[in-house]
Design a protein. Structure first.
Ligand SMILES: [Zn+2]
Length: 347
């Protein structure tokens, strides 16, 4: 098994996590990733018109080009309405769970470019005023609001700050690494982006290259279902999707391991490529789980639905409390990276 540099991977992951990137607002985070990957002089970079970052590793004599995709976009929100009290209604981006972001700090990216600090709260948040209603009310976009830490108490005062409908709202990622565990709101899918880059570095440090020309596709619209529908070269034969595994009751996946997902909401993945990946894991001594995810879609599927004629598989580290306050372990990330590296080197 090729050596994965755990420290490099975790440092990169922390940097990516701390750069906000809700779907639709990923340019800065993808720019950061591109700069971090300049240590690989053999990669050719480009950006799709839709904004995804592509990095291509060309090799001589390649007859069966491959691709690897992982997504940089995360959950978040946009300003839906400026309320009469100067606070903001939100519109969720992707499968944001309101319970999981209640009382979280956030930044509003005002149209002026200014970052305005605030937090997301239930609109009747005071226990001493609203009693049982505070805990008994089901949270919805209608009864949650962003309270800005500014002298604004009317709609006009908030508008005067430069806030308007459609401004992005970025929730604090709250990154912590403790005893090998990594905790953050948005491990999905930056954990996998970091794993893919760690795999590239492992090959480069070992003086190796992929068996086939490989396109690394860093997607920017996965959380809304169509990230990799564009940007994968049409001649690609195999597409490895790297995204988190779903952990919970009834699931095989766990935080310490990488999982091969054989089926999710979109149906089964590619049997032949799945079997190839299993053989590669065995040959390289990579322990893995096999699982089915009940409520899940991936960028590999997005490419299939867009007409991509390619074998697609999905692997990724187990992530606890997905789309909540997520956690995984660096062992799962190391094994994800090792599996990606094995895929790259396989003919
Ligand atoms: Zn994901």
């Amino acid at each position: 098994m090729i050596e994965i540099e755990r420290g490099f991977m975790l440092n990169l992951l922390a940097e990516l996590l701390n750069e906000h990137s809700p779907t639709g607002y990923t340019e800065k985070a993808l720019g950061l990733l591109r700069r971090q990957m300049l240590i690989f002089p053999f990669l050719e970079f480009s950006t799709t018109r839709k904004g995804a970052l592509l990095a291509t590793w060309k090799v001589d004599g390649s007859s069966r080009p491959k691709a690897v995709t992982a997504h940089m976009d995360t959950l978040g929100a946009m300003v839906k309405e400026i309320r009469a009290n100067g606070r903001l209604s939100i519109s969720k981006i992707g499968g944001l769970q309101l319970n999981a972001v209640e009382a979280e700090g956030c930044w509003v990216v005002a149209s002026s470019g200014r970052l305005i600090r605030g937090s997301l709260l239930f609109e009747d948040a005071s226990s001493h005023v609203h009693g049982a209603k505070v805990s008994e009310t089901v949270r919805s976009e209608k009864n949650m609001e962003v309270r800005l830490d500014e002298m604004v108490f009317t709609a006009d005062e908030t508008k005067a700050l430069g806030v308007s409908v459609g401004d992005f709202i970025c929730f604090d990622p709250r990154v912590e690494i403790t005893n090998g565990f990594v905790r953050s709101r948005f491990l999905d899918d930056k954990a996998c982006v970091a794993s893919v880059v760690a795999a590239i570095k492992a090959l480069a440090d070992a003086g190796k290259e992929p068996a086939q020309t490989t396109t690394f596709h860093f997607s920017n619209y996965e959380e809304v279902g169509h990230g990799a529908s564009a940007g994968i070269p049409s001649d690609v034969v195999e597409l490895l999707t790297v995204d988190m595994a779903a952990v919970g009751a009834g699931q095989e996946s766990d935080e310490l391991n990488v999982t091969l997902c054989v089926k999710d909401s979109g149906g089964p993945y590619h049997y032949g490529l799945n079997n190839k990946l299993k053989d590669l894991a065995k040959a390289n001594g990579i322990p893995y789980k096999t699982d089915i995810y009940p409520y899940y879609g991936s960028d590999g599927e997005a490419f299939w639905r867009a007409g991509g004629d390619v074998a697609v598989s999905l692997i990724g580290p187990g992530v606890d409390a997905s789309h909540g306050y997520e956690r995984t372990h660096s062992n799962a990330l190391v094994n994800t990276a090792a599996w990606v590296a094995a895929f790259l080197m396989d003919a």
